[in-house]
Design a protein around this ligand. Structure first.
Ligand code: PLP
Length: 445
């Protein structure tokens, strides 16, 4: 049910707030303000119920304002407002770490907490470098990312990331970074449901990079199992297995950035499980608290953690951490969220819904200007033909039209509409989302 009875609170001065990843002047002329949320809907400041086809920003996997999560946060705020994470801890941090490690495959047994996906990525890259250092392989300093990859906005993340607009204004970035090619080819993959057949060979490019730099200089490879923010690029069949094999061959750590794919988005706790590949580290954020309280983290294999635990016991093993690592409110929210995922079997639900979701979204393929559709788990990317006036114009028009005229919240990146509704979405609501998106596409074509 859409939320009801909320006073709209429209600020009278929009000047001071500098919005992130938003054209500020355009936004302030026609703001899109959200004042409440419940289950599958937001409430806009004019009182309209807006169907959420994006899980906020790929994060509210359990839906909005779910009572057990809200209660857990309330209780935590009234009990333990804050506890320092250096030299002290709150009990829920241990419980949450155990629960997350239990969800992760193989010997991914230890969890380092931070507050966002960007911090998770920078933490994982630092752990990789430090690990090689203490293992006596300090020359392994190179980091390998992938074109079109998104790993947040820290300097580490944008260095291994491969989206030009996020890199080009920030100088030389980290030194010693190389990139694998991205895995998308419209010619070979257009309108694929799930993992495309074409493209596994692109993992072999890692052999070229090793030949160029030598394995003894390479610390880690980081990839999103499914590239999300660039516009939804599912991995080609066997691609990730090949990457794992090449990393194993050369002693290179493999990091899966599961900030989007973690916590059920692809029908499993982690994409690593879907693909039968155990990376050395998994970064997560977003879905761990269903977006309610900022939290991120890195799940680390036992061998890496153990390597750090060999020095004198009174000495800090890793000089890294954040004031808000394992914040009590985030831990409480995380535990309540994981309980909800388990009780409502939301990961299994996503898996069961995948074929219906894919068929429904593919139904849009013959609409005007639709160049490609990709689906995976409860995610879809719909590429629209760019407007002659510039890349991104049609995508933005689609997002605006969806919000103002169709009461639908979608995410767009360039001219791609990305759909990733909360995992509580019903079949009827999937139908509603697709109908609305169909009308949006026609309106902006
Ligand atoms: C794969 C991936 N890594 C990292 C991030 C950055 O997360 P945050 O915005 O929480 O810093 C994102 C955000 O969308 C992401 O998709």
């Amino acid at each position: 049910m859409p939320p009801t009875g909320l006073a709209s609170s429209v600020p009278n001065d929009l000047e001071a707030y500098w919005l992130p990843f938003t054209p500020n002047r355009a936004f302030k002329k026609a703001p899109r303000l959200l004042v409440a949320a419940n289950d599958m809907h937001y409430t806009a400041s004019d009182g309209r119920a807006v169907l959420d086809a994006a899980a906020g920003l790929w994060c509210c996997n359990a839906g909005h304002n779910r009572a057990p999560i809200v209660e857990a946060i309330r209780h935590s705020a009234g009990t333990l407002d804050y506890s320092p994470p250096f030299q002290f801890a709150n009990p829920q941090a241990f419980e949450l770490a155990s629960r997350i490690a239990a969800l992760a495959p193989g010997d991914l047994d230890h969890v380092f907490f931070c507050n966002s996906g960007s911090e998770a990525v920078d933490s994982a890259l630092k752990i990789a470098l430090a690990y090689h250092n203490i293992a006596g392989q300090g020359a392994r300093t190179r980091l390998i990312g992938r074109e079109r990859g998104y790993h947040g906005v820290g300097f580490g993340g944008i260095s291994v990331g491969g989206i030009v607009n996020k890199r080009k204004m920030c100088g030389t970035l980290l030194a010693g970074v190389d990139h694998l090619p991205h895995t998308y080819s419209r010619e070979h993959q257009a309108f694929t449901k799930g993992e495309p057949d074409w493209g596994a060979h692109l993992a072999d490019d890692l052999e070229r990079i090793v030949a160029l730099h030598d394995a003894s200089t390479i610390a880690a490879v980081i990839v999103e199992p499914m590239a999300g923010s660039t516009g939804v690029l599912p991995p080609p069949k066997d691609y990730l297995k090949k990457l794992r094999a090449i990393c194993d061959k050369y002693g290179i750590l493999l990091i899966f950035d599961e900030v989007i794919t973690g916590f059920g988005r692809l029908g499993f706790a982690f994409a690593a499980e879907r693909y039968g590949v155990v990376p050395d580290m998994i970064t997560f954020a977003k879905g761990v608290t269903s977006g309610t309280v900022p939290m991120g983290g890195v799940i680390v294999r036992a061998g890496i953690y153990d390597a750090f635990m060999r020095g004198p016991e009174h000495v800090i093993e890793l000089f890294h951490g954040y004031t808000y690592s394992a914040h009590p409110l985030a831990c409480a929210a995380g535990l309540a969220t994981l309980n909800l995922y388990r009780e409502e079997k939301l990961f299994e639900r996503a898996k069961a819904l995948e074929p219906m979701f894919a068929d429904a979204v593919m139904g849009l393929k013959s609409l005007p200007g639709v160049l490609d559709i990709r689906t995976l788990g409860i995610v879809a990317g719909i590429d629209l033909a760019p407007h002659p006036d510039g890349v991104g114009k049609r995508g933005t028009a689609a997002m605006e039209h969806a919000f103002h005229k169709e009461d639908l919240l979608v995410r767009t990146t360039g001219d791609t509409i990305a759909l990733s509704p909360p995992l509580i979405v019903s079949e009827a609501q999937i139908g509603e989302i697709v109908e609305k998106v169909g009308r949006v596409i026609k309106a902006v074509s």
